[in-house]
Design a protein around this ligand. Structure first.
Ligand code: NAD
Length: 257
């Protein structure tokens, strides 16, 4: 796979520690020759990302809280100044309050609903709008991360499932908008992986256990497998694909569980 992204500038949003799915994607892209640009939410995650990448030459790190339009603009202005062109962008971030990720969905608060939509879904639209001018006619590719809870009702996933459904619909509308600019956009629906975000969902360990017992491929999904699918979607190998949702879940989604 080495060389697939040689000299390509790839922005990856959402690395916060070594368990992050975005970190698996960053490693796959780096090993394929990409010039990595990583964005993190705040000072704390930036420190952790600087530690993680200390042996990786040439990695650029930006700070961007996606709830703040000024921070989004500043980051893309800096990226334009630093590298000019963007060939790929990965949106691997989401957030909902812990209390919204348990119990009955009908108890979701207005604030909790809007916060989950804002960070987990609307942010894709906002960052895509800023990435577009840097990608136009360069064969750009955008990838976001979703979960089966956007297609099916999964206990406790609740407000995040609804945000993922909106995110997946956004991918289809953005694919329609961006196709004429030669920019593609797709989502990866990842199987459950124990990360900081996942641990916010009540009984996540039980969900993981049930998945591991039933998964057709018998092996739980790893960050590396998601990373390699993202690499495929960012590379010219997937040049005919846009608006798609690829399940990287060991086949779990085909089961009638
Ligand atoms: P993670 O906790 O490592 O990553 C979540 C990221 O979101 C963090 O880096 C965090 O800093 C970032 N974030 C939250 N609020 C933000 C804000 N306001 N501005 C900027 N960044 C913000 O967890 P993860 O599991 O790697 O999650 C990455 C993506 O993968 C998410 O979209 C998640 O829903 C999706 N996903 C995860 C799983 C799983 O089982 N872990 C399965 C399918 C999809």
């Amino acid at each position: 796979m080495t060389g697939l992204l040689k000299e390509k500038n790839i922005l990856i949003m959402g690395v916060s520690n070594k368990w992050s799915i975005a970190w698996g994607i960053a490693q796959s892209c780096f090993n394929a020759g990409a010039n990595l640009l990583l964005s993190c939410q705040d000072e704390r995650t930036e420190k952790s990302v600087r530690d993680l990448t200390c042996d990786m030459e040439g990695v650029k790190i930006y700070r961007c809280d996606v709830t703040d339009d000024d921070q989004i603009k500043d980051m893309f202005d800096s990226i334009e100044k630093d590298v000019g062109v963007l060939h790929g962008m990965v949106h691997s971030l989401a957030f909902a309050k812990k209390e919204e990720l348990e119990g009955f969905y009908y108890n979701t608060s207005r604030d909790g609903y809007l916060l989950a939509q804002n960070i987990s879904s609307y942010s894709l639209v906002a960052v895509t709008r800023h990435a577009r001018p840097l990608m136009i006619d360069k064969g750009g590719s955008i990838v976001t991360l979703t979960y089966l809870g956007g297609e099916r009702a999964i206990p406790n996933y609740n407000v995040m499932g609804v945000a993922k459904a909106a995110l997946e619909a956004s991918v289809r509308y953005l694919a329609m908008d961006l196709g004429p600019d030669n920019i593609r956009i797709n989502s990866i629906s990842a199987g459950p992986i124990k990360t900081l975000a996942a641990r916010g969902v009540r009984d996540f360990t039980t969900m993981l256990k049930q998945y591991e017992e039933k998964i057709p491929l018998k092996q739980p999904i790893t960050q590396q497998e998601i990373g390699d699918t993202a690499l495929f979607l960012l590379s010219p190998l997937s040049r005919g694909i846009t608006g798609e949702n690829i399940h990287v879940d060991g086949g779990y989604h085909v089961l009638g569980v």
